[in-house]
Design a protein around this ligand. Sequence first.
Ligand SMILES: [Mg+2]
Length: 237
Amino acid sequence: MIRGLVFDLDDTLCDDTRSYHAAALEAARALALEHSVDPEALKDAYIREADGFWQRLTPAELGKSTVSLRERMWAAALADLGITDHAAPRRAADLYNASRRGNLALFPNVDEQLERWRASYRLALLTNGFSETHREKIALLEIEPYFDAILIADEVGMVKPDPRVFLHACERIGTTPAQTVMVGDRYDRDIVGAIEAGLRTIWVNVRGEPLPQGRPSPDAVIGEIAALDAELARWPA
Ligand SMILES: [Mg+2]
């Protein structure tokens, strides 16, 4: 019997990749005009910095000031293109943040799905993020009321795939791991640690990646969050 659902946020419930690529391009275009560099090259440099940061995220990074996190990523990207103007990173970060606020969105019908799931399950949101960036994102998406617990790595001091963070999510919603399904888009972050913690897992494989060889399989693989209901129907609530 399934009593709880734990959701990753970025690229599982909201189209984060589309949103931040669009925001990076908008900021890069403005800065590129002012500094005579190729906007696509500047955007790509920022994406490399940001992707690298989030992929390397470890507990040691948590608790550090994130006030200038985006500014530091932009400073590195701008330096890659030879731009060392001291005001440029702040300006790029401001443009980027403004664009993100305007273009961040849930995948289609996710709010209706959450409303429905809420009637049958205890719901948790579990994201590898910083309080500063992800609390704002959750507020913009207006999804807080759907969840019984919201766990942000920065606030709980643990990072996926640490199995303890999945157990902590279960505790927070009052379910056992065997009664709980983890739903997320990153095999190495969302799925592998949840399996180790004893949860059931549904991999939302939005990038069509192959299952890593010799690694444990999730209970199900879907291509988008819209397909989750059909999988949940296999297990009684
Ligand atoms: Mg994700």
